[in-house]
Design a binder for this molecule. Structure first.
Ligand SMILES: Nc1ncnc2c1ncn2[C@@H]1O[C@H](COP(=O)(O)OP(=O)(O)OP(=O)(O)O)[C@@H](O)[C@H]1O
Length: 252
């Protein structure tokens, strides 16, 4: 479970997050959504202990992040937007190198199986520099899973990945969540939102404008006199640009 309370982050005068509070339950896939620059990566990088909040409190599985960095790092797997791999090493060598950072020993068989989850077993002995952009992204995902983390923080992990593989990766993420992993996921892909996310949070200029299930969003829309005919229409409505940059649901 992740509890985020009144988290703000400023870069100089720029407020990238403003008083964000939300709770993500264990085993939930939480989609963090919003326009470019809304603050999604900023929040994920704070959760991943890469950067620090200017104010506010974050608790992960009962541990307050600022006081338990080491333990929190052991429980999270982070897929950054930027790919973090050794280009001149093979797929296998990359996984072995990353596995050295894991607290428990990870066998080569476990790494090979992990490679299967992201459809890369055929590339086991190939240099990363020879992989396509999408394949590198898949390997980036595998790296985050090496130490079997309880919490997965995924920042647009499937950008550039083909539809078939994306579907398989999404299935795997669903499977991980059903086994109790908590997932925070950012994406701009509507089909992923609908397939993956149990709840969504919409950030807008650093403010959390909405947090809840699609059902919650639909009920709010209906209460405001709008009846979206499909989930896609509901999302269009949620994100609808009302001319002043505000979210459709909240403008009404
Ligand atoms: N290191 C930094 N220094 C200064 N400003 C930053 C820094 N990192 C992010 N920002 C600013 O914070 C705001 C939020 O950026 P962030 O990367 O979190 O957005 P995002 O929602 O992840 O966008 P995208 O969908 O494009 O990935 C932006 O205005 C961005 O310019």
């Amino acid at each position: 479970m992740i509890t985020i309370e009144n988290v703000s982050k400023s870069y100089g005068n720029k407020k990238s997050l403003q008083d964000v509070s939300l709770t993500i339950e264990t085993g939930e896939i939480y989609g963090l959504l919003g326009a470019n620059g809304a603050g999604k990566s900023t929040l994920l990088s704070i959760l991943a202990t890469i950067s620090r909040a200017s104010s506010g409190t974050i608790t992960m599985n009962g541990l307050e992040l600022s006081k338990n960095m080491k333990h929190v790092r052991e429980m999270i797997g982070y897929v950054p937007q930027d790919i973090a791999l050794w280009e001149q090493e093979t797929v296998k060598e990359n996984l072995v190198l990353w596995s050295k950072f894991a607290r428990d020993k990870v066998t080569e068989k476990q790494l090979y199986d992990l490679c299967g989850m992201v459809q890369l077993q055929e590339k086991w002995h190939e240099k990363v520099s020879s992989l396509s952009g999408g394949m590198k992204r898949k390997l980036n995902i595998a790296v985050a899973l090496i130490h079997n983390p309880d919490i997965l923080l995924m920042d647009e992990p499937t950008v550039g990945i083909d539809i078939q593989s994306k579907f398989e990766i999404n299935q795997s993420i669903r499977d991980l969540a059903s086994r109790g992993k908590t997932v925070v996921y950012t994406t701009h892909d509507m089909s992923e939102i609908l397939f993956l996310c149990d709840k969504i949070g919409i950030l807008q200029e650093g403010n959390l404008q909405f947090s809840g299930t699609l059902e919650d969003a639909r009920n709010s829309a209906i209460a405001q006199g709008v009846s979206p005919q499909s989930d896609e229409e509901l999302l269009y409505y949620l994100f609808g640009n009302q001319g002043d940059g505000s979210c459709g649901l909240l403008k009404k």
